[in-house]
Structures are given as C-alpha cells and as structure tokens.
Design a protein around this ligand. Sequence first.
Ligand SMILES: [Zn+2]
Length: 406
Amino acid sequence: MSAIASTELVRQQNSLRVLTALRRHGNMSHTDLAARTGLASATVSAITAELERVGLIERTEQQASSGRGRPRVLFQPNRRFGYVAVVVISSDAVQYSLVDFTGTLMDRFAEGRASANTPDFAQAILAGLLRLVGRSKIAPDAVLHISISSKGLVDPASATLLWSPVLGDAQVSFREILSSRFQAQIYLYNETLLAAEALWVRTRTQTGGTGALTALSLGHSIGLGVARERDAERAEVVAPNFGHMLHLPDGALCRCGAKGCIEAYCGFYGILRTAFEVPTNTIPAKFVPIAEVEKIAASARAGNRRAAFAFRQAGLALGNGLSRLFSLYGHMPVFVTGPGTRFFDILKSSIQDGMMQTNAIRIGGLPEITIVPDEQTLVFEGHMGLALSRLDGDIVKSGMAAPQMS
Ligand SMILES: [Zn+2]
C-alpha cells in the first residue's frame, strides 16, 4: 500500500472511531472524545474540524455553571445530515420507520401486507417508502440508507429476498426496484440475524462480554442467527438456514416444499398438525393464529397427552437442531425470542432432552438459555445498530462528500 493510501486509511479509521464514540455515548467534549477513542488531542481536533466542515457533526456550547470562563463545547451527530428508513416485513404487515442521523425515531406506521404477487409486493414497499418520506416532507434523496428485514433466506450482496415464508420462492430484488426512486444504500437482512446482532451489542454493553451467542426465534416459522466476535466493537453475524435443516429424513412435509425440516415439527403449523393427528404429508397451513396454539398449549398443560406430545416433538426437533449447530460453531448461550416464547414452559425439558441425545452436549454440557420475548424491539435495535455504523462507514469511505439534499 502506498504511503498516501495508508495515511488516508488511518484518517478514515480515526474519523469512524470519533463518529462511533459520539453514537454510543451521546454529546461529548473534546477531552471526553480523546479519552474514549484513545486518539491524541491534536488528532481529535483535526477530525472534529473536518467532520464539522462537511456537516456530519455539530457543536453546542454549554455555559459553565459558575457563569464565568469559557463555555464547554459538546459535539454530536448532525441530526439533519441525512435519514435512515427501516422496513420490517412480517407475515401479516409491513412496518416503516424513519430515523434521523442521531438515531432518533421520527415517524413510524404499519400497513397490511399487499398481495403475495412479487412485482406488486416490491412496488408496494416502494410506495410505502415514498409515503414515509412524504409524511415528514423529506426528499427521497435525503434518505441515505434503507434497511429492510424479512424472515427467510436473503442474499445480502444483491439485497434480494431468495425465499420467504411470505412469498415462497418468488424472488424480490429490492435494490433494483427501490433504486428507481432512492439514491440510498439498500441493505436486506434476515430478521433473526438482526436479533442476534442486537443481543450481542446488549451483552457487550451490559457485561462487557463479547463471546458468541445464538438467537432462536420461535413462531409460525423458526429463525436463527449467530453472532461471533469480530473485534471488540463489532460482531460477525450470520443466519444459517436453521429452520430448514434436516431433522428427520423423509419426514413431515415443510412449508418450503422439502420433507423433514426442523420447522415442519416445531413451527406453529407443525405443532398444530401433530396435535390434531393430521397426516404429516398434509400441506402446511399458511398461517396459524396464535390463539389456536394457545388452546393446544392449555390442553397440554392440563395433561392432554396428544397436545403434550405435539410440544414434545417440537422441543426434541429444536434440541437436536441446536446440538448440530454447536457441533459446527462450538458451544454458545441461546437467547430464545418470538411469539413462541410463551410456550417455553412446555418446550424446555424436551429441548434439553433433544440436546442431551447428542455427543456435543453430553461432553460440553447444556448451554445457558435466556428468554427475551420482545422480538420486535430486538429486530429494530439490530437494524439501527447496523444501519448507523454502515452509514458512517459508507460516508467516511466516500471521502465524506455531502449528500445531495434536493
Ligand atoms: Zn423446510
């Protein structure tokens, strides 16, 4: 690498450190910034001057409490530098959120999901995003980053939804459709990957721990994300196709069309099918209202053997699957989230039994399991964490050109 290129790289990394510190810890003085980032005082001055010049950060002055002496100068991200739009696609609705450059939520609304017809679906998301910016009277070009999530399989590189419970294998290329009206960088994530990211950041903030963890989402479909330490500040997150890993060869018919997937036993439709003794080759229900699963759970808790068996089958499939995950990725704590957490009392022992059947767990022991019921908050936290850090990275790498605010 040439000397000029490496100087430029160091400058970018230092600018990113300052921006990250301001995002994490809010308003900060020059002295605090130097302490947090470990950068020399002169370096912090040069960086804050440059970030201020391009409009990425702004300063406020705080009069000393004595009313005498020089006012204290505090830096923070410039709220109006640009905006982030977040789109959360779930089985029955699409939620749109608009966030300013400091990470503050400005507007949010949800719409019933449009038709499952693919071109219409992508167009409906585009229309939703245009409505989102219109409501806040913001030009589409002022949105610098669009962060989308769905359950299912995604190709992050092209922002294409490859397979989803909502649309099946009809693929949606969000970048292609949305870039007709938006200049923003467009990212697409698996929903449980975002939950794993948020849990990793929470764990690091609360305990300082940065080990690996897995997020398991229980509901109509089964999602899983794994977060592992990349460096002290960031996690490497992946979403293996856990719900559709093989549980039993030639087993129950899954919603994806394959046979014997984990989800075919522990997704809500799988539990329903077992409880009502429906043949396992029956095409799965498209959607099972949670009230139906509540009824089966109540009957299992009351001692009904068939209902209890349905939950036991589900727990064993989950336990077997988790132990396979540990065989590949190593042991890690499990955080269970999603609507299915309300049935954890009748799933827990069979999940443990399912794990104990395997060598990985007999040797390594049972992992710690924590219930985090509020999946929506986790997913949004994951969106914001990744969106703002990627946005900062994109801006700094592009030479901090001011965005077009038309
Ligand atoms: Zn499947």
